[in-house]
Design a protein. Sequence first.
Length: 196
Amino acid sequence: MAQNDTNSTLGAGTDSISVTGAGATQGSTSGGYTPSQGGSQGMSGAGQPGGQSYAQQAQQAAQQLGDKAHQLGDKAASTYSDVKDQAADRLGQVRDQAGQLKNTVADKLDQGAQALRQQAQQGGGQQLAGVAGGVVNPEQVQRLAGPAADAMEKTADFLRSGDLRGAIEDQVRTNPGRTLLIALGLGYVVGKAIRR
């Protein structure tokens, strides 16, 4: 559909119109256009800046997105690794503190057992009976002080060397009375520690 200068569909005096792409060529001053040899192939982007096609630009954009995604993945992996290391460090610190606390409690149980034996041997049954509200006579307190102190010492030894959770569960199931005595002894030691 070639047109000459005078019958231009754009009107007289119109300069050229730029139609770029593989499917069209530019007319002279009339603004008309003539299909190129390959026919109309649509917009391939041959006239884009730098001579890149839309497919090449899309490929570059996809490559850039892939690079960014890879960078973000590396950063996330690095952050995960850092957080994991910090958590492991803190867990180690908590375990160390738990071990120290376990040893401290074991030491206090030993001290409480010794104090209980000393008071029972020195006739301190009166004081201990007074704590119980006068319901228990001093002879009973002296008689029970030895087994209670033994239980406290065994608990202290176990705290230093054993599996605490499993043993507590087994102890409560098999010996509920003994567990109660241990709890009383522990309460006594804690009460003494708080008063000081």
